[in-house]
Design a protein around this ligand. Sequence first.
Ligand code: AMP
Ligand code: MG
Length: 419
Amino acid sequence: MRSGISASEALAAVLEATPVLGSETLALSDALGRVLAEAVASDRTLPPLDNSAMDGFAVRRADCAGAGPEAPVVLPVAFEVPAGASDVSDLAPGQAARILTGAPVPSGADAVVRQEDTKRTGDRVAIHVVPDPGEHIRRAGEDVQRGETVLTAGTRLGPAHIGMLSSLGRSIVAVHQRPRVAILSGGDELVEPDGDVAGGRIVSSNSWSIAAQCRELGAVPVYLGIARDTPSDLEARFRAGLAADVIVSSAGVSVGDRDYVRDVLEKIGCRLHFWGVKMKPGYPLAFGRVGDDERGPLVFGLPGNPVSAMMTFEQFVRPALLRMGGRRDLYRPIVRARLDETLRKKPGRMHFVRVTLERDGSTVVARSTGNQSSGVLKSMIRAQGILLFAADAEELPAGSVADVQVIDPDFLAADAPGF
Ligand code: AMP
Ligand code: MG
């Protein structure tokens, strides 16, 4: 087991040990937000036929030569083509056909004149423009060609993907399984939210924030409750988590007298890959895997302080769960942001500084959320970004530019629609 490693070494060790879960089939109606486990090729051409983009008249352009606002060309309306029509007649020279949006363009027609540029009287239509070649015709296959790979494995399915899959006739799709994450908290001071906090007890908020972090990225949390600070209770709860894909515990992983997590992990056959990461918040982080057969759950022993627990989840558990769930993009967007104030620290550990983000013209300004103590959960509430303050650095002067992980996708939300 390695100890006192850098954040990037820790992340590399986590990802190297992280498997990708298998697939399951789902009804398309349940697939929003899931990660596609198959490449999807089209068995059809979309649109299937050349069709009209407008309500109007299908014509041969040659028949409209010389048409203008004051000099219409008058053509007989030979037939009508509604959407969904089949066995559409050919358009003979010198004729127009009434056509509705989405209806197949009759063979012989090479443009559609929109209704607004015509005037119909009985079975004749006056055309007031010369259409461009193919104007208002949506070509067969302009969206999708038969045999084309439309979606690749690893794609997270959003509303447009769901619509496309339905167009391709895919009412059932293969998606990656969602990682099941057993969550347990440890500490004699902890109670559930409706518990008695007399005598300085505190609510196990980590259970809630970690479960929410799991849900947010599509993993399934399974709550194992609060373990007392005894080896036997901890062991029983860790064993209850062995059926999960990942076990995430918080607290009891430091060097205190009652920090039994590391001993218990050894006892249940968890091989620790590392303990202790040179970062702040979150030094006492343990990571390993149960069993030697590459099938046991990954185990993250997160620090107990609420900010440390969330931050170590964010930096290490999150990418691991995304990879398990088949995702290719494992990381948050990073913006270059201008610092509003000078930040200082001792060299040695990488600092993950909670910041608010604000747009200032074309740049982004980062401001510390204030007290960066690992017990101040409010610093996470206000945080829109996590500024990366390199391990060796001692000072980031005001006005300098730094990389910030964006954890609030709404940080660019506008107060007006922009149109
Ligand atoms: P420990 O790692 O057990 O020394 O815990 C470090 C700090 O985190 C202590 O102040 C604990 O009270 C606090 N803590 C531990 N577990 C939780 C939890 N589940 N929710 C909120 N705070 C916790
Ligand atoms: Mg404790």
